[in-house]
Design a protein around this ligand. Structure first.
Ligand code: ASP
Ligand code: MG
Length: 448
């Protein structure tokens, strides 16, 4: 059971989370928590201010952080005697350590990946510590477990890659031992460590991923992601009216939605669940009776359009070579350059003499275009957005494609791409028409 930042944001939220866990005690719950909402942002700021040697800013941010956690613990545990004293003492120990690390970084004016990983990890340590005390105080016998002993990762310490074999080897024993003495165990999302014990994290939003890694390792019956919306919707309701809540989607649809812009789950969350075919439920901690969304094996899911998602900020790169006509090896050469530059391509379309691709907008591609220009004409367009319609067999199902084409009538469409797995059809359109177009497509697919 993973509770995100807003589901543990304050006393009321934590009490709701605890009562949800209480309802699952017969299922031996493993609770995974994020930092309280906005805390990780503030830890990134502390790291930044420390690197910039802004001592006064650090002191003020640390004060706010300490006070917020002590206030929350005090509200939760006002009548709980020694639990409150223990919680406050733990919070102070964690915050003192954080302060020591931040001030050493500040003294040196040098922020290593290691120091940064330590600083940004403290939000989950704090939230899990407070919630563990509260669960015990409220009569749920709970053991606190250190995720850094379970989630082992490699690569960039600040955006690390979990090592599945290590996780599968370590997690079951630790959880089993914890649940021998307790009704529930609680651990942290997001944080991890390298095989040699160096601190690492899984990257922003990584708590979902932690939960599914643990679910995989213990062969969990199910993975519950508790958030602040009623499950996965047919589009982002902040931009589109009358979105639908999706009762069931497939692992592949969920992964595709996350990858193509929907802010539902951390994009890698699905992978460990697929390996063991463990259903994922996306549920609302503020509305726990709502059924939410079940993410299940593809064979259990019906065909047709499920969602419209988009990426506003993309770059469309056109590579043109008259020599491509009847030439072999051009495509390979072009994608070789992308791969050498570690730039991942989203959608691709080709014609006789032209290759068009889209890539994420927030990156420097000057080296890539320079290399491509050595053998082709290159044009980069930064005024485009990308829209995807996602669903099993989306293109061939009923009149889905016809409805999309109708919705796009009158708009300029620059690229069309249908994923080979037939689960995604994507379009590149003018960015200043994005809002109109996604509303038009959503309406045409879901409101007629
Ligand atoms: N606390 C981390 C973040 O804000 C991880 C998470 O919430 O999933 O990115
Ligand atoms: Mg989150």
């Amino acid at each position: 059971m993973k509770f995100g930042g807003t589901s543990v944001a304050n006393k009321e939220a934590i009490q709701r989370a605890i009562s949800i866990v209480r309802g699952r005690l017969d299922q031996r719950p493993v609770v995974v928590v994020s930092a309280m909402s906005k805390v990780t942002d503030s830890l990134y700021r502390i790291a930044g201010e420390a690197a910039a040697q802004h001592e006064a800013e650090i002191a003020s941010l640390l004060d706010q952080l300490r006070n917020r956690h002590i206030d929350t613990a005090s509200e939760l545990l006002a009548d709980s005697g020694h639990f409150l004293n223990e919680a406050i003492s733990d919070i102070n120990t964690i915050c003192d350590y954080l302060e020591k690390v931040a001030l050493s970084v500040c003294a040196l004016g040098e922020l290593s990946a290691r120091s940064k990983a330590i600083i940004i990890s403290q939000g989950e340590i704090l939230s899990s510590t407070i919630i563990a005390h509260a669960m015990n105080a409220y009569g749920i016998d709970t053991e606190w477990l250190d995720a850094r002993k379970m989630i082992i990762s490699s690569g960039n310490p600040l955006n690390s890659d979990p090592i599945f074999s290590e996780i599968n080897a370590r997690v079951p024993g630790i959880i089993e031992k914890g649940l021998k003495h307790a009704q529930a165990v609680i651990t942290q999302g997001f944080i991890s460590s390298a095989i040699d014990g160096e601190p690492t994290v899984l990257g922003r939003g990584g708590s979902d991923y932690s939960a599914s890694l643990i679910g995989m390792a213990i062969n969990a019956e199910k993975i519950e992601i508790w958030t602040d919306v009623d499950g996965v919707r047919s589009a982002d309701p902040r931009y589109i009216d009358n979105t639908l809540c999706l009762e069931q989607i497939s692992f592949e649809e969920a992964a595709e939605m996350a990858h193509f812009g929907a802010k539902v789950l951390h994009p890698l969350t699905i992978e460990p669940a697929i390996m063991k075919n463990i259903p994922i439920f996306v549920l609302n901690s503020m509305n726990p009776d709502h059924k939410g969304t079940a993410i299940l094996a593809n064979s259990l899911i019906g065909e047709g359009a499920k969602a419209v998602s988009w990426k506003e900020d993309i770059l469309m790169i056109n590579v043109f070579s008259p020599k491509m006509i009847n030439a072999t090896g051009f495509v390979q050469k072009v994608f070789g350059v992308f791969s050498d530059n570690h730039i991942s391509v989203d959608i691709i379309s080709t014609s006789e003499a032209n290759i068009s691709v889209t890539v994420a907008g927030n990156q420097d591609i000057s080296h890539l275009t320079k290399q491509l220009s050595e053998f082709a004409q290159v044009n980069v367009d930064n005024c485009k957005s990308q829209v995807s319609v996602i669903g099993k067999n989306v293109v061939n199902h009923d009149d889905v494609l016809q409805r999309i084409v109708n919705a796009l009538n009158g708009y300029n469409v620059n690229m069309i791409s249908q994923g080979a797995s037939n689960i995604n059809v994507s379009f590149v359109i003018e960015r200043n028409q994005l809002n109109e177009i996604v509303n038009s497509i959503h309406k045409s697919l879901f409101q007629q």
